[in-house]
Write a protein that binds this ligand. Structure first.
Ligand code: ATP
Length: 210
């Protein structure tokens, strides 16, 4: 079993690359899915969030109004940290449950965790390997504006809240350059998964020898 974090700036192509790893046989855990799961109405994190931020961050159906919340946290660091203190412990609990279930079925599997804020949270050392999806900032901007229909200034504010992608490069074991075509990205993914499979095999042999 190899537990690998897949990270990168917003709109760099993490979900796109994660899907490619899944196509190559990796097990995928989506951090965003876990993040949504733990804030479903009436779950403990939802209660703490609504108690703290008030009803203005709720939609008519009692789910969190994500864009209202995003506006608050992207302009206020303290609010972001408080929100994370409500959600992160629950997200890691859910993640560990999923990893346990995967290990039971397939002990030599490669688990890729799509983890957007890995470096911001200083959790990179908790993984066997870190893969960074890289695109230059101007491409990041263009793709997010096109995908989400946001104003340039709003996207720039969101990018400011993250560690620069250039800084993340030096802390990563593998870099997928996603500036080119999807086919080009897929080729890089195939090379990396082959290396990861070799590492997973070695790790299994070592654990048997110990
Ligand atoms: P977020 O951080 O917001 O969750 P993300 O990092 O998961 O985003 P994606 O949603 O995978 O990024 O990609 C952002 C946008 O760029 C999407 O519209 C996607 O279709 C597009 N995209 C991804 N890779 C490429 C590529 N190689 N060429 C062209 N468009 C791409």
């Amino acid at each position: 079993m190899l537990i690998v974090a897949l990270t990168g700036g917003i709109g760099s192509g993490k979900s796109t690359v994660a899907r490619m790893f899944k196509d190559e046989g990796a097990h995928l855990i989506d951090f965003d899915y876990l993040a949504r799961l733990v804030v479903e109405p009436d779950k403990p994190a939802w209660r703490e969030i609504t108690d703290y931020f008030g009803p203005k961050i709720l939609s008519y159906d009692r789910t969190l109004n994500r864009s209202a919340l995003a506006k608050i946290i992207f302009s206020d660091d303290k609010s972001r940290k408080i929100l994370e203190s409500f959600t992160h412990p629950r997200i890691f609990e859910e993640r560990d449950i999923l990893i346990k279930a995967i290990i039971e079925k397939d002990p030599s599997s490669i688990v890729i965790i799509d983890f957007p804020l890995l470096f911001e949270l200083g959790l990179n050392k908790k993984f066997d390997k870190v893969i960074l999806v890289y695109v230059k900032i101007d491409i990041q901007l263009k793709r997010i504006i096109k995908r989400d229909g946001l104003e340039k200034e709003e996207v720039e504010r969101r990018l400011d809240a993250q560690i620069l992608i250039e800084e993340k490069r030096s802390f990563s074991d593998y870099i997928v350059n996603n500036e080119g075509s999807l086919n080009n990205t897929r080729d890089q993914v195939r090379n990396i998964i082959n290396e990861l499979k070799e590492l997973a095999k070695k790790k299994e042999v070592e654990s048997i020898c110990l």
